[in-house]
Design a protein around this ligand. Sequence first.
Ligand code: UDP
Ligand code: MG
Length: 322
Amino acid sequence: MISVVIPAYNEEKNIPILYEKLKRVLDALGEDYEIIVVDDGSTDKTPEVLKELAKKDPRLKVIRFRRNYGQTAAIYAGFEHAKGDVIITMDADLQNDPEDIPRLLEKLSEGYDIVSGWRKDRKDPFLSRKLPSKIANWVISRVTGVPLHDYGCTLKAYRSEIAKRYRLYGDMHRFLPALAKRFGAKITEIPVKHHPRLYGKSKYGIDRTIRVILDIFLIKFLNEYITRPLYVFGGIGFILFGLGVLFGLYLTFLKLFMGQDIGHRPLLILSVLLILSGIQLISTGIIAELIVRTYYETRGEKPYIIEETINLDGERRDGSHT
Ligand code: UDP
Ligand code: MG
């Protein structure tokens, strides 16, 4: 079964057109499907439009948020309710084209876990959107080691076990491919069509780029150090602490054996500062270790995913027991 998840915020004019196009494409596939539209607290006629459409089509499912929570929250809610083995996400504004879906599915069936769309010929303003996005994609690819041309493209296909694995916060939905890499997910991309927005306004501007850059640091951390934060914090703390002790010993030597006055030395302040921040960082690392353990235990999650077992019963892919 295929679940199509669509976040929509004030897209009254786009939804009926999108629905018709999507239905045509999905019907032609000849597989069971559902369309989940998450109305992210729209203030226009979007809820009414969806209600009308859903009356006639039980495969159109609608989740309506109380207020506007943002695109990531909408996608997350869609994932939570999706019943398909495959989940496709796309925008509600007709910038993504439903006709690309069969190609995404085909690629997925070649054995990939995530197939990401690449808006090769993107129809958005250059300076405010395309250029920052190019830079951001380059940086994200470098930092995460998952090279994709277009992290920001909502049109993506996921195996549902991958999509459902993460709680998504902030603007995180775009980083799912990078997060999934931690579990050895196979990720690829294919060029997809992109259309200019005909109705309604874009909800984002240049400010999003800054948030994206900040998220990259978090992803890097989540991917590489989440299971051993003590190494990160403790490592830096250890170096600072060591330097501080060294300076301190040097000053002590000057005082005791050379009879020098050290009270006025800037080095003394530096030494004390280094020792204190070193201790701080090491204890932060230890606390982070405790938090990470709670994180895994409360979620009943293992820090690994098993691909396959032989002669072992009842063990699932995520390492938990059935
Ligand atoms: N969207 C949403 N909640 C928001 C902002 C956007 O659900 O707070 C939806 C919006 O309706 C659209 C998709 O997310 O379907 C992408 O938004 P938009 O087209 O404004 O972004 P752009 O294509 O300009 O990056
Ligand atoms: Mg758009």
